[in-house]
Write a protein that binds this ligand. Structure first.
Ligand code: AMP
Length: 218
């Protein structure tokens, strides 16, 4: 199964993709994580992506598409994967469909996690992530047990440079201008599942899983 997680930055795509990945035993592929890993390793793609990420802009399609298509062609994605953060433009969505079709595969469902704008800004500006396992925390709603340390692996927590308020606003603008049109694209294919993203982590996960079960049954 190939599932796409859609939603504005801060909607909880990564958290829900992780839960779904364990539930369905499929790899979680996050384009933003791949760029951040590339940047840590100081690769050409990573350094190039940084200039766009720092401004809250999208990395050019050409670079992003190549990176994702390479990643999903690896053996661990042979039975499917949970895509988080990709596609983000209509062009990416169309190229992805074409690439999967060539392999006799297709996207099964696109899950759109809806969260009001004010809540998104609050979530992103208080978000801290583990440098090692990427587990997200929030200064007020889900702080770690020990300040600055990940509860799961003890890794150091850091704040993403693009989670600053100014960049957050630009990322939200980019989402509504460039990514929202994708909703229509999947809706027309009857693949879109809309989920209320304001129900708490387990509440949202429950909605997603029951919606998937409902739509997948014969
Ligand atoms: P994320 O971790 O998904 O919020 O992504 C962080 C940043 O990586 C975005 O603001 C973009 O600059 C870049 N990025 C991630 N995924 C894509 C994509 N599918 N297309 C273009 N840029 C992307």
């Amino acid at each position: 199964m190939y599932i796409i997680m859609l939603g504005a930055p801060g909607a909880g795509k990564g958290t829900q993709a992780d839960i779904l990945s364990q539930e369905m035993n499929l790899p979680h592929i996050a384009s933003g994580d791949l760029f951040r890993q590339a940047l840590e390793k100081k690769t050409r793609v990573g350094l190039l992506a940084k200039s766009y990420m720092d401004k809250g802009e999208l990395v050019p399609d050409e670079i992003t598409i190549k990176m994702i298509l390479e990643r999903i062609s690896r053996p661990d994605c042979a039975l499917g994967c949970i895509l988080d953060g990709f596609p983000r433009t209509l062009h990416q969505a169309k190229v992805l469909d074409k690439a999967l079709k060539e392999r006799g595969k297709s996207i099964d469902k696109a899950i759109y996690i809806e969260v009001p704008d004010e809540e998104l800004v609050k979530r992103l500006s208080g978000r801290w992530l583990c440098r090692i396992c990427q587990t997200p925390y929030h200064v007020t709603s889900s702080p770690p047990k020990t300040s600055g340390k990940c509860d799961k692996c003890g890794g150091e927590l850091y704040q993403r440079s693009d989670d600053r308020e100014e960049t957050v606003k630009e990322r939200l603008n980019v989402f509504f201008a460039q990514t929202a049109p994708i909703l229509d694209y999947y809706e027309k294919q009857s693949k879109l599942i809309r989920v209320n993203g304001n129900l708490g982590i387990q509440g949202v996960a429950g909605e997603i899983i029951s919606a998937l079960k409902g739509r997948m049954s014969p």
